[in-house]
Design a protein around this ligand. Sequence first.
Ligand SMILES: *Cc1c(COP(=O)(O)O)cnc(C)c1O
Length: 428
Amino acid sequence: METQIFINLKEKSEALDKADKLKNFRSQFLFPKHNGKNVLYFTGNSLGLQPIHTKEYILQELKDWEQYGVEGHFHAKHPWFSYHEFLTEKMAKIIGAMPEEVIMMNQLTSNLHFLMVSFYRPYQRKRKILCEFPAFPSDIYALQSQIKFHGGNPDIDLIMIKSEKDDYIIDDEKIISAIHQYKDDLALVFIGGVNYLSGQVFDIPKITKAANNADVICGWDLAHAAGNIELKLHDWNIDFAVWCSYKYLNSGPGSVGGAFVHQKHLQNFDLPLFAGWWGTNKEERFKMKAVFEPMPTAERWQVSNAPVLSMAACLASLDIFDEATMPALIQKSKQLTAFLEEMIIQINNLFNKEVFRIITPKTRGAQLSVICNVSQPKKLFDELIQHGIIVDWREPHVIRFAPVPLYNSFEDIYLLGEELKNIVPKFL
Ligand SMILES: *Cc1c(COP(=O)(O)O)cnc(C)c1O
């Protein structure tokens, strides 16, 4: 019986890999090695793997720097003056935005601060911010510090909506009813579109609509959503969003972040912002005038000239997304995650125990988070790492598995199952 189960998984993984139209993309990525073999990599939600062409993209800029020096701003193959523009349309396609609504700049948390300057405008009673709990710590620090910056008290003005249970899952309706409850006091709703810990995908359009109907701005952290799930930021009418490019977007550690500002706000030149020279009318930029001429696009929020080397890495990856396309990636992602779920259930059945309790709900992207129900869960995690299985640990007992459609195969999941079959009994 035991082997029968896994023979079925093996056969199924082979059939699924054979039918996978995206399978050739795997060879465009570099896998870390463990004892001379590729690791089983399931942490693309934390740091995406390096595309093989990234080096060439960066080398191109180093060569142009060598050859042109400062002239590279206009004479490089991809002129640095407008380098960020090479990313805009490709990024816009991934998140369902109009190009003018998107700007790749800075990094995630910095972008959140810059956009909150424009979109967190407490006045009179309306001062509170509503977010989910647990939200990513950096987001919480940003929200708390913005409240303090405006003279508020985070203990009073930051409302965190918690799960009813021990599984970190928050009903969308709970958030919506909290918006109704606090609407006279709320200035901003800001939530992670895909919760980093549980992998839950929130109903972004529905929550946004509820906030907007209550006359509250709604922003989203899409760190775990961009390049992972279907997004239609423009059609969903969301006010603003920020994300990073080093998770599902494979642009390398600390690479350039992204920001979205809905078209409906772009003509509002009264919005306050922290300005810099990369946000002024580009025709006039090098005339070094003392007057800021705000651009009518999300580029207005750009303060500094673009970090070309990290943008080159971002471009290398966005070119892959352009070729693979989000709809195809999402289709494979659903199959991969379903297969991972099936494998985990079989492991549980094998040991007659819910060794791994899946907390991620069905509204999910390429991630399953499990509560690890063994006496020493951290030791189990350590043992996985020692076997070249790269997964991610969150205290006190959560393991996150992210099978990424660009480079994970169904066989990876089958092999993970084989390893778990051997490792789990040591911890029962
Ligand atoms: C990864 C992540 C961050 C990281 O922020 P940086 O500014 O890129 O360091 C912030 N928020 C969320 C929700 C994340 O998942």
